[in-house]
Structures are given as C-alpha cells and as structure tokens.
Design a protein around this ligand. Structure first.
Ligand code: M6R
Length: 591
C-alpha cells in the first residue's frame, strides 16, 4: 500500500503536495517524494519518514504550479532513495507515481532494456515511466501514451503521470487500487484517498477500475480506457479530516479488520514468487516455526498444515524461548520465522541463533526490515501498514502466506483454487457485525473468558483470547478444547462465558462434547460455527453462524474475523481506545 497525490493549482504546488501527502502517511512511511513541472521536471525524494526527509531535503523548494507526490510502503525494491517515487523516464521528461503491484514488470523491464531504456531503480513502477516514454516517442500525447502503457501492464495500479512536453496536464488512471479526484475552485487534485485533499475541496469523484482522469486548467475530464468521456457524479464529503484518515471508520483497527478481503487478494499475488523458491525447501527433514504473539498463533496453524499436508515433522517455538531449542538445530531443519514488523527483538535474536546451524526463511510484512536482511530467504506478506497495535490484517496475510507455502510445496492446485475463494468467506464474516455487537454488549462486564477449539481451531482460540486481553483488558484464556478437563474445568462456573470455535469437520463432534462438559458446570456458550449447524445451535446461548461450508483446514482464516470484531466491540463498550491499548507497543524491540 502506498499513497499518491497530484495537483494542478494557480499557486506553488510543492507545499500543497507535501501537506496532502502527509495525510496519507498511514498508507506508507518508508520513503517520500515530490515531482513538480515548471518547464522541466524537478524531483526531490528519499527514504525515511516525511518529517525526516523534509528536514534533509526541503521537499517544498521546487518550482511549478503542478506536480505529483508519493509516500511509499515498499513492495518491489528496498526502501531507498533510488526506489522512492516519483520515477522518471530516460530523459527525465516524464514522472510517475504509482500505488499497486505490476505483476509482469520483469518481462516489461527486460524488453524495455533491450530497446535501450536505462533503469535507475529496482521498482516495478519505473517500467510505467519508460512505457509512457516509448509511446510518446511514437507520436502519442501523454493521455494516449498512458492508456497504451496500461494495456501492457498486468496487475493493480493507481497512477499519476506528468510530462514536461505537456505542461498543464496530469493524467491519473486506476485499476484495483483506489483513486479519487478532487474538484476545487480553479484547482484540481488526484489522490489515493479522500483525507489527502479535504482541506482544499470537499467535492470528490470516485474513479472505478479502468477509468482515467485528465486534470487541466479548465477542470477535470473522466474517460474510459477507450477514450470515451464519462459523466460521473460529484460527491460532497462531510467527513472531518480525522474521520477521513480512517476511511470513515472510528478506529484504525476496525478499518484494518475490514481491509482483510483486499489484503488476502494482494497476498495471494505472491504465489508465483513463492513457487520459485520452494523446490529447495522440500529437501528439509524438519520445519521449526519461531515467532511471538499473534505471529506465533499463525505459526501454530503452520504446524498443523505442514504436518497434515506434507507430513513433515514441524515444531513451533516462542522466539523468547528459542535459545533452549538450539541443541536440536541442524542443517536438515528449515527454521521459519514469522514477524509482522521484522524488528521484534526476540525474533531477531532467534534468527541469529538459527542462522548458525540451519537455513532460515522469514515471513515478514515490512520490506527491508532487519529480519529480511539477515535471513536466507524472505516471503513478504502484503498487508500494507498496520497502525492499530492489535495485529489483525497482518495475521490474515501471514496465514495466507503459510497456506501458499504449504500448497506450493505440496503442488495441489485444488487447494489453491479453494484459497482464492476465501476472501468471500471473510466478507461474509464481516457481515456479522450486528450480532457481534449484541454479544459484546451482553458480555462487556465479564472478568474472564475461555476460548476453546481443537486442531486448526486451537490457534484461532488462542488468537481470540489474545485479542480480548490486549484491547479490552479482560482476562481471556485460549485452550485446546480437549485439555480443559485436565485442570481448567475447575474454574468454570456461570460467570464465565466460553467461546467455542467449532467449524464443520473432523473435530466438530468432539468439541461439541467439550461444550457439554462446560455447560454442565454452568458456563454460557458463545458458539462460532456454521450457520447451518443445528446441533451447535441447540448447545449454544449465542451463535455466530458463518455462511458456507469452508473446510476445517481453511477455517482459521475466516473464523478469526468474528473474534477480532468481538474484542473490538467489547473494547468500545468498555470505553477503551483499541488502537492504543495500555502498556503495549506495536513493535517490541527489547528482549
Ligand atoms: O512484529 P511481530 O509480528 O514480530 O510482533 C509479534 C508480537 O509482538 C505481535 O504479534 C503482538 O502479539 C500483537 N500486537 C498482537 O496483536
């Protein structure tokens, strides 16, 4: 995820671009850049947060009343000055900013290089600048050249482009990445999201996929990809800028929970990258997952998956405990470390230990983070920046990466097809908000909760309990359903709600028996299962019933969503800010 802005003004553009792009910093913050046009194209860009780069370079000190700007969340190429946007063509007459992923950029880059184009970055985006250059050299204007360039590109994009040969014109185009148009008084804007431009105009046009916008001094034109003019509705936005940054959601956590269907689709695009590296992993005799917190729960799903699908003995170790497992490391073990941030001190320490004797793979969300530099292999999740302290969309993207890895190793394409339809199950799960709010209201004053599940649902139970503790300050205990009778049953009474995770499948009936055990001790049951499961419904005080028959193996992906929502709404009921729970930090850099 990155943020893009473009504007055509009567006044100096660079200060406005900087102010607008600041409002998109939630979309990316590893580098920033601005390009303006005043006869020539002027570019200032570098790695780092906006404030730091501004102090070093004074991004506003470039001339011109029009330009483009970008905040980056690196996906292709490390967060460096060269890889920061805007990117230019060979003659520095064209500049582009881009949000999205160009899937076929390698082929396009090879062809363009064979044709003599010189590249200066490792990004997928730079091919766009060179494609536009190529088509403009053939006699096309910026608009037609951008249209032709997008015909060559596969993937997702929101692009803004300018050319020194066409002053007073900015082209924007969108496919599967957000792009809006701001219509001001004698000025116009393009942006990834509404908050960027709210200070300047409240009149917004939402672009659909395969639509193009042309900003010029007389206003804005919207066209389809055949060049036909479209008549689009101008919406009047009534948000405050704070509401807008969160996309209209009250908290980043809720926004991030709702982004999950899109995150799954983005993460799935990595499958071909994973396929390229798996052959080597099949040689290992043992897998050892290492992680902390939510990433540890994703690892537990990984253990069940690797043992079920691949039959490879798989251990899961907490990163802070990993040094006690050092003795079991050898060259036949692949150590897979999972970390959203790639900077968690416990995980980095474990990575150092693992590197001494074993090969290491990290599954990480932050490109260029320390873990990615120190491991032998890297898989990137594609969740975009996560601002809420509680991990939600990054957990889902970790799960998707683990499933893709196991599927690539196992070679079963049927499973891959099933994974592609998971976003629709997640969307259905997001549709259960009203029921979940009612449950949150009823149980907001409980002092303890149990979360139980078997097999693939056990990590889901642990993750549900962690979310509850973290953002509601209620004690939540995740337990393997079959283990309750070995001790914790003594704690159960009618004050304790037990949330049972019971998808259809092999573990279903046994978990129902465990529900009977706690019911007999007075517990109230909140059951999370299929909406068609009458046996479960008859056991439960409340049911969160998910539509569709997802397999038990894939159930950890949609089944965690209601648990995220339940914790979120209990936290709201208790007057807690879920984005900033007390005593916690997003990234834990101490051991
Ligand atoms: O960045 P990491 O994935 O390495 O972080 C690990 C944990 O600190 C993290 O998952 C933590 O448990 C979450 N805040 C839980 O929501």
């Amino acid at each position: 995820m990155c943020g893009i802005v473009a504007c055509l003004l009567n006044d100096k553009a660079a200060p406005v671009l900087l102010e607008c792009v600041r409002r998109l910093e939630y979309r990316g913050y590893d580098s920033v850049g601005i390009a303006t046009l005043s006869g020539d194209i002027y570019v200032k860009k570098d790695e780092g947060k906006i404030d730091d780069v501004q102090k070093r370079l004074d991004l506003t000190n470039i001339p011109g009343n029009m330009g483009i700007a970008h905040v980056r969340w690196a996906t292709h190429g490390l967060p460096t000055g060269n890889n920061a946007h805007p990117h230019t063509d060979c003659k520095k007459r064209i500049a582009v900013v881009h949000n999205g992923i160009i899937e076929n950029y390698k082929e396009l880059k090879d062809t363009l290089q064979d044709e003599g184009h010189i590249f200066t970055s490792d990004t997928d985006t730079e091919v766009i600048a060179h494609l536009i250059e190529k088509y403009m050299e053939m006699g096309n204007g910026l608009e037609a050249a951008t249209r032709l360039a997008t015909k060559d590109i596969k993937g997702s994009y929101a692009i803004a482009a300018i050319s020194a040969d066409e002053p007073n014109r900015i082209i924007g185009v969108r496919k599967e990445s957000p792009l809006i148009v701001g219509v001001g008084e004698n000025e116009s804007f393009i942006a990834s999201d509404v908050p960027a431009i709210l200070k300047h105009t409240k009149k917004v046009i939402y672009l659909n996929d395969n639509e193009m916008v042309i900003l010029n001094p007389t206003g804005v034109l919207i066209k389809d990809m055949d060049g036909n003019l479209l008549d689009k509705k101008v919406n009047i936005i009534e948000w405050t800028s704070d509401m807008a940054e969160k996309g209209g959601y009250k908290h980043f956590m809720l926004k991030e929970i709702h982004e999950q269907p899109e995150v799954i689709k983005n993460t799935l695009m990595e499958f071909s990258e994973i396929e390229k590296v798996v052959a080597k992993f099949l040689e290992f005799k043992r897998i050892c997952f290492v992680a902390c917190g939510t990433s540890y729960h994703a690892s537990l799903v990984g253990k069940y998956l690797f043992e079920t699908l691949l039959g490879i003995p798989t251990d899961v170790v907490l990163a802070s405990e990993f040094k006690f497992s050092e003795g079991a490391l050898d060259a036949e073990t692949l150590v897979i470390l999972i970390s959203q941030s790639g900077e968690t001190a416990d995980t980095l320490k474990a990575l150092k230990i693992a590197n001494k004797k074993s090969e290491t793979l990290v599954i990480v969300n932050v490109l260029g983070s320390t873990a990615t530099r120190e491991a032998d292999h890297v898989i990137y999740t594609r969740a975009g920046p996560e601002i809420g302290v509680a991990a939600t969309k990054t957990y889902i993207s970790q799960l998707i990466s683990i499933y893709m890895l196991a599927i690539a190793m196992n070679g079963d394409n049927k499973l891959l097809e099933m994974l592609q339809i998971v976003p629709s199950y997640v969307k259905d799960a997001l549709g259960m908000e009203d029921e979940i709010i009612q449950i949150a209201k009823k149980y907001k004053d409980s002092s303890d909760f149990f979360f139980i599940g078997r097999g693939f649902s056990y990590p889901t139970a642990l993750e549900g309990a962690l979310k509850l503790k973290e953002i509601t300050y209620i004690h939540g205990e995740g337990y393997a359903a079959g283990e309750l009778k070995h001790g914790p049953l003594a704690l159960i009474d009618d004050d304790i709600p037990v949330l049972a995770v019971v998808p259809p499948g092999d573990s279903h009936d046994k978990t129902l028996s465990n529900i009977e055990e706690v019911k007999a001790r007075g517990a109230r049951i909140i059951a999370l299962g299929s909406s068609e499961d009458e046996a479960l419904r008859s056991e439960a005080n409340h049911i969160i019933g998910l539509k569709g028959e997802i397999t038990e193996m894939l159930s950890p992906i949609p089944y965690v969503v209601p648990l995220q929502l339940l914790s979120y709404y209990i936290s709201i009921e208790r007057g807690i800010d879920p984005d900033k729970p007390k005593n916690l930090a997003k990234c834990v850099t101490v051991e």
